[in-house]
Design a protein around this ligand. Sequence first.
Ligand code: GLA
Length: 334
Amino acid sequence: MSNKQLSFRSPGRVNLIGDHTDYTGGLVLPMAIDRYTTITGTRTKSTVVLSSQSEPELVEFQLPVDRPESVSPKWGRYVAGVAAEMQDAAFGFSGEISCDIPIGAGLSSSAALELASALALGDESNAVERAKLCQRAEHRAVGVPCGIMDQLTCSAGVRDHALLIDCHELSITPIKLPNDVKIVVQFIAQRELVASKYSERVNQCAQAEQIIGPLRLAPESALQEIVDVTVRRRARHVIRENQRVVSFAKALSAGDLKTAGALMIDSHDSLHSDFETSTPQMNSAVAAAVGTPGVFGARMTGGGFGGCIVILADAGSKIDGWQVRAVAGATQLD
Ligand code: GLA
């Protein structure tokens, strides 16, 4: 084994619009952002030893891994899940992880760790296959039944572009971000109890699909067939959110930022009232942002129950928060 130092890094992501649509094969419009998880070290034959600047305990296990869900400490399960899904991981790895994506903020620090791990362990598949591998790893090792958005965005990001993703086809259409706008993220609160509430939403959407078929194809008129009021509201969010993503992509491409911003506000309202994944703090932050000069729109982003809001603003706006830029997906560094 060569002891040449290698570095692999993956960006995090922020979703501009299209939340809780990916796991029913719907549409999303996220971008990979200039915040990264980086793994640096050397390849080994069959041992994985990783320390992390953000975690007190080191992770150590042998390949092949059979039970990634029992690796300790817990953060190592993301890495072990990837190794287990790769089956014949080409190499082990010994090194250090650094991460400037805030953890637990809904900016996909876990997907970024999975993608950087896949590269470090020698995965040579393409961006879409690697994203699918990492999604399976998360299902298996962490038990979160997530959709494909986070892994696919971190894997396939395009500089200066947001990605219109069809989560059924797994097709990606890059949409150039206009020059005169900025995307700003405000951290609201660490997410809590996400896994159980997230799974509940996934199950409710599955229940709706048993009654009216795939939500990505269902017309709004089909909603009346769903008797359970909560399930009907969840399905209504998904059907309308898919339509908003299409309209948002058109507006962004045409530079119609007013319309794009209004769609973000509608999306937030729907996530608050129909999907119930927002929080009072997120609602207040969105209202404050929308009242700030130069802001076109704002919404909660990602899984919800805390995390971040995302804001679309004029480049000159004085809105608070971190400005994020759209970057390329996970890669080996020279
Ligand atoms: C989390 C999941 C994604 C997606 C979002 C909500 O980030 O990992 O797959 O479902 O929530 O849009």
